[in-house]
Design a protein around this ligand. Structure first.
Ligand code: PXP
Length: 254
């Protein structure tokens, strides 16, 4: 079996901003976290500018665009306001996610199949501006097919349900979800989409999904920002990188 390519690691720094905003001041600084992540070997930074600005703010996006040397994955809802912000900054990638005010985090995938005409029109100017458009979706084949059809470059498959099932000890359902993610990754790749995964990943689940040969990037935030409390952000990211690399290398040998 041929060795699998290196998996990219994107670091989501939203929750550095969550902690900052809890006290209303300037610290901890999300840009400082992004620069530490970069120094620790991160391949990209993700920041989600939510409509309610509950963590990342407009000024953070400006600071990240000016301050980091690795690609910025600008995560946002498909609204006119966010499209205008993305077109002003022209980040490397724009990742579209569903957004509900009352949710604690991004709970499900985007309904691309049910909103294809609008989303297709929405992403056209972003593509023309040179942004790689990524759609955060579940692994359902109709969502993957619709993403390819409207011209997205990337799909990020939502791993949140898988991670919850693992955490709750539901082994059989977790195994089924894992296979559905694998099937989804294969389908997306066959349709010409670049495949990313993310949401809820920790050391264990990130290593598990690192074996999918079609996946080229994992995006991880909450677990690593939490782990940083205990071992520091740089060491937490280095440990994640190490575990992904080991999993990838052993899958390539299998
Ligand atoms: N990818 C996307 C599209 C997300 O919305 C999020 C959460 O904001 C993540 C990855 C990171 O998820 P987590 O913080 O659970 O690692």
């Amino acid at each position: 079996m041929k060795p699998l390519g290196r998996l990219r690691l994107g670091i989501n720094i939203d929750h550095v901003a969550t902690i900052r905003n809890a006290r209303g001041g300037a610290l901890p600084d999300p840009l400082r976290a992004a620069l530490l992540a970069e120094a620790a070997g991160a391949d990209g930074i993700t920041a989600h500018l939510r409509e309610d600005r509950r963590h990342i703010r407009d000024a953070d996006i400006e600071a990240l665009m000016a301050g980091i040397s690795i690609p910025l994955n600008f995560e946002c809802a498909a609204t006119d306001e966010m499209q205008a912000i993305a077109l002003r900054h022209k980040p490397h990638a724009v990742c579209l996610v569903p957004e509900k005010r009352e949710e604690r985090t991004t709970e499900g995938g985007l309904d691309v199949a049910g909103d294809a005409a609008r989303l297709g029109a929405f992403i056209t100017p972003l593509r023309e501006a040179g942004c790689r458009v990524s759609l955060f979706i579940g692994h359902e084949p109709r969502q993957i097919a619709a993403s390819a059809k409207i011209g997205a470059a990337v799909v990020e498959l939502h791993t949140g349900r898988y991670c919850d099932l693992v955490a709750d000890g539901h082994e059989a359902e977790a195994a089924a979800e894992f296979e559905a993610l694998r099937t989804g990754a294969t389908l997306a790749h066959s349709l010409g989409l670049e495949v990313h995964m993310g949401h809820g990943l920790d050391f264990e689940t990130a290593a598990q999904v690192s074996v999918f040969s079609e996946v080229v990037e994992l995006n991880i935030g909450h677990f690593l920002i939490g782990e940083a409390v205990f071992r520091g952000l740089g060491p937490a990211i280095e440990e994640m990188r190490r575990r992904m690399d080991i999993a990838r290398a052993s899958a390539g040998r299998a």
